[in-house]
Design a protein around this ligand. Structure first.
Ligand code: FES
Length: 147
């Protein structure tokens, strides 16, 4: 039994402790906003927040995060209007949209640590991949969210 908190709700997963967090969230908790892209820690589509840090959930097992606080895109804002989400909408960042939850989670974690990031800071922190090539709009949106 693995216990931690997801979106302010205690969870207990009766899954193998080696189960990647990504699959526990998607399959056991039906939190499908967290996306599977590569499964190897490269793309960032699966990014969630664990204790204030952006973490690629395909790369952590549920057994390794006992007692932590996990936030997914579904829990980022009660009304789905987090400043980063609003800035992404205002800057029309999304194209196909698949990578956006991971991008938003990574950007939100960045802005908690750095309220005034430069473009270089944003590019360095958000290494998530996007096949649509949204990067210029992404940098603009994160800059807007910081203001
Ligand atoms: Fe986790 Fe790509 S699915 S980094």
């Amino acid at each position: 039994m693995t216990r931690f908190t997801v979106n302010n709700q205690p969870v207990e997963y009766k899954l193998d402790a080696r189960t990647p967090l990504l699959w526990a969230l998607r399959d056991a908790s039906n939190l499908t906003g967290t996306k599977y892209g590569c499964g190897s820690g490269d793309c960032g589509a699966c990014t969630v927040d664990i204790d204030g840090a952006a973490v690629r959930s395909c790369q952590v097992t549920i057994g390794s995060i006992e007692g932590t606080f996990v936030t997914t895109i579904e829990g980022l804002s009660d009304n789905r209007d987090h400043p980063v989400q609003r800035a992404f909408l205002d800057a029309n960042v999304g194209q196909c949209g698949y990578c956006i939850p991971g991008m938003v989670m990574t950007a939100a974690a960045l802005l908690r640590k750095n309220r005034n990031p430069s473009d270089e800071d944003i590019k360095a922190a958000i290494t998530n991949l996007c096949r649509c090539g949204i990067y210029p709009r992404l940098v603009e949106a994160v800059g807007r969210a910081a203001r």
